[in-house]
Design a protein around this ligand. Structure first.
Ligand SMILES: [Zn+2]
Length: 114
């Protein structure tokens, strides 16, 4: 059995998972939400036609690792890149939402009843 960190790092790097790892991610309370977050981010970024920047996954994983190491003292500097990474993701999601809203409004304007 691989560790959660190992599985999550593979996901963050876009590597394919083995059957065992796939089974783990659906059952693991720690991995499942991380995958949901990451695939949402990735989908949002790809919708915008923006490539995931180099080191993006590494920055996210550094933050995840820092979060997991509860025994280790937290250093504020580690949270800066993570916050920036999540901020970029949130902005991307908001942009997609705005785009979808504009498409919806346009379709109402063209096809809707007055
Ligand atoms: Zn796990």
């Amino acid at each position: 059995m691989r560790s959660c960190n190992e599985v999550q790092e593979k996901i963050a790097r876009g590597e394919s998972l083995s059957d065992d790892e796939r089974a783990h991610t659906t059952a693991c309370a720690s991995c499942a939400p991380m995958i949901a977050d990451f695939s949402l981010l990735e989908a949002a970024l790809s919708t915008l036609g923006t490539a995931v920047p180099d080191g993006f996954a590494d920055r996210v994983m550094a933050g995840v690792a820092a979060e997991g190491a509860a025994a280790a003292p937290r250093t504020p500097r580690r949270w800066v890149p993570l916050t920036l990474a999540y901020g970029a993701g949130v902005l991307a999601v908001l942009n997609v939402a705005g785009f979808l809203a504009s498409v919806f409004q346009a379709s109402v304007a063209f096809g809707g009843t007055p």
